[in-house]
Structure formats: C-alpha cells, structure tokens
Design a protein around this ligand. Structure first.
Ligand SMILES: *Cc1c(COP(=O)(O)O)cnc(C)c1O
Length: 388
C-alpha cells in the first residue's frame, strides 16, 4: 500500500505529532460491524473522539456510521453544520430544559436517564411538530446514570404521552463487560424489560459487543474498538481482534547524551546507567499527553526498532535508550505508541488504560492525517490541524 511518508516533516516547529490514519479507522469500523452481527452502530466520539479529533473522526466515518454518540451539544451542532446527517445521540442527555429547543432544531436524539429530565421535557416550549428521538436509560447495576427497572413502565408512559416524542428506545450500560463479572447480572435485570418493549434496544459498549453477542440487540455503542485498541486487554489484544491502531504518537530525538556506568538520567536521577550508554532526548513529555507514571523500561520504537524509556518523564521531554541502535541519533523518529508499540503495552506499564492515554493527548500536539477521509463533510480544515 502506498502511503505518504510520515517521517518527512512534522507540521509545527517542535517535532511532535499524532498521526491519524483514516484507512485504519474505516478498517476498524468495518471489523467492528462484522463483530456486531446485524446490529446498527453508534460510533462513540465523545471526549474529542478519544483524543483523535471529533470533526476528523466524523469526517472519516461520515458515510459508514449508522449514527454518532457523544456528550456535548456544541459538538453535535458542529457535526450538523459540517453536513453530518445521520442520527446523533447525546449520551448524558440534556442538562436543563433550555437545551431542548436546540436539540429539536438540530434533529438530535437524546438519552433520558433521570426523573428530572422527564419534568424538563414536559415543561419545554417547542415548536409544534418538533419531534425528538429518545432513549430511556435504565440503571441495571452500574449505578451511574439511569432510572431503576421498577420505574420504567411509568417513565415510558410519560414519554409516550409527550407530544414531542419521536421514536423511543430503551438502553442500559454495563459496568464489567471487560471483566470477570461480565454482563449476566445486569442482563437479568434488563432482559425482561427489553422483552416487553417494542422499540429499539441498546446495551453493548465495545467490551460487551466483543465478548457477549447476546447483548447486541438493535444498536451497539462501540468506542475504543473504532480507534484500534482492545476494550478488554485481559482477554484479547487489539491484534487478536483484527484492529489497526488509528493514532501513531511520534516525536523526534532532539539531543544525544553519552553516559558512563553510574551516570543518572533526568529528574530525581531515577535511572542509573549499568554500562556505557547512549541515550536520546525526545521532544515529548507529560504536557504532550505521555503518561508521567510510565517507568524506565516502558517500550518505545526508535526509527522502527523497539527500545525503552529511561528515567523519569519530564514535562516536555523523555529519554530513550539508543545504545543498541547505532544508526539512530539526532532527528530519529521515536514512536511513543502506534504501530511498533501498542497503546495497550504503554497503558499497562503506566498503570492505566488505553482509553486514558489517547483521551489525554494534549492540545499542543498537532494531528497529521493520512489515508482517505470522506469528502462529503465540508468543514474547512485549518492549514495546521490541531488535535482538538
Ligand atoms: C463511552 C461509552 C460507550 C463506549 O465505550 P467503549 O468502551 O469505548 O466502547 C458506550 N456507551 C456509553 C453509554 C458510553 O458512555
């Protein structure tokens, strides 16, 4: 496959970027759709599309996605203004009755998860003929959002009687689809409600979609799978699932140091050289979104060769071991995660999850797009596209 060379240039003065691969994104969407059987898919693009850039990811999926799910009304409006015409679901619903006219005008779908939201719906002043598609969310054990199963019949009756109700769906969210407890207990509470319900039903996040086909129902809600990372690293790697990483986080070596045995590296001198070493200082630190808790030994790839982080992560820099990579030096490209180093490995070393790493990508890191986006979405792109 011919791709533009990504090592030729970094878009800003400081040599760091997040390379976003549209081909990988579309591959992951199609792979996820295969796993989802016949269910329709809300592509979850909350949190700036998990750090990948919400407008960018919407552009990448604009002809594929059955719908988009996110949190912010402002983002939903931007999607509509860019020409995205499929359903858009507000996953936390609305935060006051004042939000409803915009939601109706933009033809957005919204979750209703609490009794107060029912009151706000009933008190809203909307144009005659306005219809809002609704998903009633049931708390089946996550205890975050949702009304209790016992309240569902009364809530559905109120929604059905609301003159501005569009199609009404029923949904829930799993707390441990990626873990040992799985979905059984929550499914036992939800299934009787779903069985009596005649509208669309939605349950599965990425982990449930992958591990529990009995949760697929009408709409699935994959997030992390689309970005090419595993939702359940204890059970499967991204490669096992057949996903491709969408983000490649890279920066250049901007200085090289020679170390004698016993020389220390970085703040606190946490790392001491066991032998003569050559290390590279890389233009990436925790202010770029690299995890400060990543310890010495965390994998990196230097010009495509795997090596390791040494010493403490600084705000703007890290050090990497070049000793066994004699061809590497000033200007070498260091992959922090992406192709040769998986996001999941770095997350595990840093004591966090893949989700947190990509979401924390800093505003100051520019994005570089590769592969084919969909041109039917016409939002003008700035010359240098920042990740957010
Ligand atoms: C974030 C979110 C998802 C997507 O979760 P993934 O684990 O990334 O697939 C699905 N549903 C809801 C309600 C969410 O908040």
């Amino acid at each position: 496959m011919s791709r533009p060379s990504f090592t030729d240039s970094f878009p800003l003065f400081r040599p760091i970027h997040a390379r976003i691969d549209f081909d990988a994104l579309r591959h992951n969407y199609l792979r996820t759709r295969e796993l989802a059987g016949g269910a329709r898919m809300w592509a979850v693009i909350k949190a700036n599309a998990y750090g990948h850039g919400i407008m960018r990811i919407a552009r990448g999926l604009s002809t594929l996605a059955d719908g988009f799910a996110l949190l912010d009304l402002e983002d939903a409006v931007r999607l509509r203004e860019a020409g995205i015409s499929q359903p858009i679901l507000l996953l936390e619903g609305f935060f006051s009755a004042r939000d409803l006219p915009e939601i109706a005008a933009r033809k957005l779908s919204t979750v209703v998860h609490t009794a107060e939201q029912l009151d706000w719906l009933e008190s809203a002043q909307l144009p005659a003929g306005a219809r809002i598609p609704l998903f009633l969310k049931v708390n089946t054990g996550m205890n975050r959002l949702g009304i209790s199963p016992a309240q569902v019949p009364a809530a559905l009756a109120r929604l059905r009687a609301w003159p501005h109700a569009g199609p009404i769906g029923l949904m829930t969210h799993f707390a441990d689809a990626d873990g040992e407890r799985g979905v059984d207990a929550q499914l036992a509470r939800f299934a009787p409600l779903a069985a009596q319900f005649d509208g669309p039903v939605s349950m599965a996040n990425s982990a449930a979609l992958l591990r529990f086909p009995q949760t697929h129902a009408d709409w699935v809600r994959p997030g992390i799978l689309l970005y090419g990372a595993s939702p359940a690293t204890a059970y499967m790697t991204a490669a096992d699932i057949g996903l491709k990483p969408v983000m490649r986080f890279e920066a250049r070596v901007i200085a090289v140091q020679q170390l004698q045995p016993g020389d220390r590296v970085g703040y606190g001198g946490l790392f001491a050289a066991e032998r003569s070493m050559r290390i590279g200082t890389v233009a990436c630190g925790y202010a770029d979104g690299y995890p400060r808790h990543a310890p010495s030994g965390t994998p990196v790839a230097v010009d495509g060769v795997r090596s390791r982080l040494v010493g403490r992560v600084s705000m703007d820099m890290i050090a990497v071991d070049l000793t066994d990579i004699p061809q590497a030096g000033l200007g070498s490209v260091v992959e922090l995660w992406g192709e040769h180093v998986s996001l999941d490995e770095v997350a595990q070393r840093a004591g966090t999850v893949n989700y947190e790493l990509v979401c924390a990508l800093a505003l100051r890191v520019p994005a570089v797009e590769v592969g084919v986006a969909d041109l039917s979405v016409t939002e003008p792109q700035p010359a240098v596209a920042l990740a957010r």
